[in-house]
Design a protein around this ligand. Structure first.
Ligand code: DX5
Ligand code: ZN
Length: 211
């Protein structure tokens, strides 16, 4: 069964408590938090203070996606704030093996995200340090972009690289009921969705449509 991780990038930031509670009651499996630093991506969003404040409002895992230039120094911040999964971008980690160890040393699940133009080959020698691989199906930075079809082949290749390891494949960007079906067929385990979950405020109906 595929898991749904609503991205609170599309939430009403003035009512985050209500949004987190509503998503939890509507059957979300994880809460996806898009951390953007205004450098790695041209957008600025949440810091650890916000993660700490929303932590009490749900028992769901907090899935923190770091779209930042210097993730190593932030791992402790988000770990201390209550993240359960911390995902870094391979493109900004010259010492990816070390960065993933830092995450696991905090007792958190370690994820690596790949931009659409990044090959899955960068994962080959860190597979045993990983709990999650996040395939960006749009270029990171904004919600509401169109799904990039070429990533379906990447998802399938990653699936076969993983073999029998306990590593989840997550997809992020442009996920709607049509593209979700393609991602699930290619091997995705977790669907991140902002626009399509929040559309019209019908969170449960929208998440069911993705499943
Ligand atoms: C993009 C973020 C996504 C984004 C997805 O940089 O990582 O999580 O919120 O938004 P939609 O579902 O609108 O494409
Ligand atoms: Zn994301």
């Amino acid at each position: 069964m595929v898991l749904i991780a609503p991205s609170i990038l599309s939430a009403d930031f003035g009512n985050l408590k209500k949004e987190i509670v509503s998503l939890t009651e509507a059957g979300a499996d994880l809460i996806h938090i898009d951390v953007m630093d205004g450098h790695y991506v041209p957008n600025l969003t949440f810091g650890p203070g916000i993660v700490r404040q929303i932590r009490p409002y749900t028992s769901l895992p907090l899935d923190v996606h770091l779209m930042v230039d210097n993730p190593d120094q932030m791992i402790n911040w988000f770990s201390g704030a209550g993240a359960d999964i911390i995902t870094v971008h391979a493109e900004v980690c010259p010492h990816l093996d070390r960065t993933l160890s830092l995450i696991r040393d905090c007792g958190k699940k370690a994820g690596v995200s790949l931009n659409p133009s990044t090959s899955e080959k960068v994962l080959e020698y860190v597979l045993d340090r990983l709990d999650l691989i996040l395939v960006m199906t749009v270029n990171p930075g904004f919600g509401g972009q169109a799904f990039i079809e070429s990533q379906l082949e990447k998802i399938a290749r990653i699936k076969s690289m993983i073999g029998d390891r306990d590593i989840k494949i997550e997809v992020d960007g442009g996920i709607n009921p049509m593209t979700s079906a393609e991602c699930i067929a290619a091997g995705a385990d977790i669907l991140v969705a902002g626009t399509s979950v929040f559309a019209g405020g019908e969170y449960k109906k929208n998440m069911d449509a993705l499943r």
